[in-house]
Design a protein. Structure first.
Length: 275
């Protein structure tokens, strides 16, 4: 068994319970004793039937949702609200329609500080913000669209802007909730590759929710399978496939074995859900 060094532990979720109060009718038991350790530089994908609590778990890590009991810590400190060290990317791009691509990416930089040569906390200058925005626009292959407005962009391009915006804040962990779910297959494949290249290079920690078992196995170093009603972790599968990975990885026999195994486990749960 692998020994986890404390220094590698980034986010620790211990026995988290979450119920949603509903005005009429019984409360919804969304998470029922979820424990999960996320290590630095891990690429964690979460799969499971709709309604099993994936988004709830992500929102709790993001600090956007409360929970009833258990603990959620990052670097050993309780997560009590959103923070720039946790970048969130939703399925719907959530861009400001009245701002250009560049301004959308610069926006979050207003709220964060960096350290200058003397160790003082200072804001980014306008020039630095522009440079950072351009750097990340280039990274997501949107050079030339700096001054475009969101309405002029395709779904895939908007999602690239959302990714660039999250990256520009240089978070330690990216929290992504079905970020490619609304995109066509080709754009999705392209963004998967982009994300892989960036992760391989920058070694961020990623917590990524998806419906798509194919996508999970392609991206993840670890797949978390959740079960529904009440939401619990059913199984955790380490994906022992080397990086760099590309769409061609899907032809690999080991890939297919993981995919079939996970798909089987998820599908069996669908059959078990009382109709
Ligand atoms: P998933 O993302 O896996 O589809 P969610 O975390 O969105 O699951 O939801 C888990 C369960 O909690 C579902 O049964 C859902 O209907 C319920 N739920 C989510 N948000 C709320 C809310 N704000 N109020 C009441 N019930 C909710
Ligand atoms: Mg969801």
């Amino acid at each position: 068994m692998e020994v986890m060094h404390m220094a590698d532990l980034l986010i620790d979720i211990v026995d988290v319970h979450k119920r949603y109060k509903v005005e009429k009718g019984p409360s919804v038991n969304a998470l029922n004793g979820v424990s999960l350790s996320i290590k630095r530089n891990e690429f964690v994908c979460v799969v499971g039937p709709s309604g099993c609590g994936k988004t709830t778990l992500l929102n709790i890590i993001a600090g956007l949702e409360s929970y009833d009991s258990g603990s959620v810590t990052m670097h050993g400190q309780p997560i009590i609200g959103p923070g720039p060290e946790r970048g969130v990317i939703f399925q719907q791009y959530a861009l400001f329609p009245w701002m250009t691509v560049e301004k959308n990416i610069e926006y979050g930089l207003k709220f964060i500080r960096k350290r200058d040569a003397d160790g003082n906390e200072v804001r980014f200058t306008a020039e630095e913000k522009r440079e950072l925005a351009h750097h990340y626009i280039k990274m997501v292959n949107l050079s030339g669209f700096e001054n475009s407005y969101p309405k002029a962009l395709s779904g895939g391009m908007k999602q690239r802007v959302a990714i660039a915006r999250a990256y520009a804040l240089n978070p330690e962990v990216l929290l992504m909730d079905e970020p490619f779910g609304a995109l066509d297959a080709q754009t999705r494949a392209q963004l998967q590759e982009d994300l892989l290249r960036t992760w391989e290079k920058e070694k961020k920690t990623v917590f990524f929710i998806t419906h798509d078992v194919d996508e999970a196995v392609l991206l993840a170093s670890k797949v978390v399978i959740m079960s529904a009603r009440p939401g619990q972790i059913k199984e955790i599968v380490d994906i022992d496939l080397p990086y760099p990975r590309t769409q061609a990885t899907k032809m690999d026999e080991t890939f297919m074995r993981y995919k079939n195994y996970i798909w089987d486990t998820v599908y069996k749960m669908y059959l078990e859900i009382p109709k």
